[in-house]
Design a protein around this ligand. Structure first.
Ligand code: 13P
Length: 247
């Protein structure tokens, strides 16, 4: 699957232009397993623009409950708005909003009980990468977020090394492939349903490097930030993915 994470970008006018360009490109490519996560504010607007196309629209985050929680979007609101997937544990949520694995595990638990696909983001910092602690960090994140919880059949993991996000630096695709295999093994032994999840790579994916990632056996797609804000660039990435999907 290829997911666009628009973060806090977009406005009503530019989103409309983005959607019409994207629809034009998709009519020739065909959007296989594509998702878009716009802001909560723009969710319905994007959903209605793309309603005749096979594209999943999701949330970038969710709160763990509803009620007296000013500024939050509750789980029941996500269900009510027919959200297809929801990112949880993005490193920006962890760093800027101080979310820890305990909170993320609550979000996972809540999504696992709904029809919404959880897309659990995990990844190491540059210091952890340089110290050779990537696998240890990922294992802890997976265990603390999903172990002991009800398992979701639909769980997707997004591996996003923090040092690769928005920097133009990426790990070598072969190394990512090895890490994804490790992630699949850890999830399989930590989940009660023996699940081997799809694992997406995120961090400076663009049309020039996408093929190098998608050719790898254990890289099942991408979570795309900056490059997804340009409808043509995002369409190019989907086109490249479609060519590799049968690998
Ligand atoms: P970039 O593609 O801009 O590096 O962002 C990746 C990301 O954070 C997607 O969730």
């Amino acid at each position: 699957m290829i997911i666009a994470n628009w973060k806090a970008n977009g406005d009503f006018e530019s989103n409309k232009v983005w959607c019409s360009r994207f629809i034009a490109r998709m009519s020739s490519i065909g959007a296989k397993s594509t998702g878009i996560a716009p802001s909560h504010l723009h969710f319905n607007h994007i959903k209605s623009y793309l309603k005749d196309h096979d594209i999943e629209i999701g949330f970038q985050d969710i709160d763990i409950e509803g009620g007296a929680r000013t500024g939050s979007i509750s789980p029941s609101m996500a269900i009510d708005s027919d959200c297809s997937f929801c990112l949880i544990g993005h490193s920006e949520r962890r760093e800027i909003f101080n979310e820890d694995n305990y909170i993320i595990s609550k979000k996972y638990q809540m999504l696992a009980k709904s029809h919404i696909k959880p897309v659990l983001c995990i990844g190491e910092s540059l210091t952890e990468f340089q110290a050779g602690k990537t696998e240890q960090k990922l294992q802890t994140q997976i265990h603390e977020c999903i172990k002991g919880n009800v398992s979701s059949e639909n769980l997707i993991i997004a591996y996003e090394p923090i040092w690769a996000i928005g920097t133009g630096n990426t790990p070598k695709p072969k190394d990512v492939n090895t890490i994804h295999e490790f992630i699949k093994d850890v999830v399989q032994s930590a989940s009660e349903n023996n699940l081997r999840p799809q694992v997406l790579y995120g961090g400076s994916v663009n049309k020039s490097n996408a093929a190098d990632f998608f050719v790898e056996k254990n890289i099942d797609g991408a979570l795309v930030g900056g490059a997804s804000l340009d409808a043509d660039m995002f369409s190019d990435i989907i086109e490249i993915y479609s060519r590799h999907i049968e690998k």
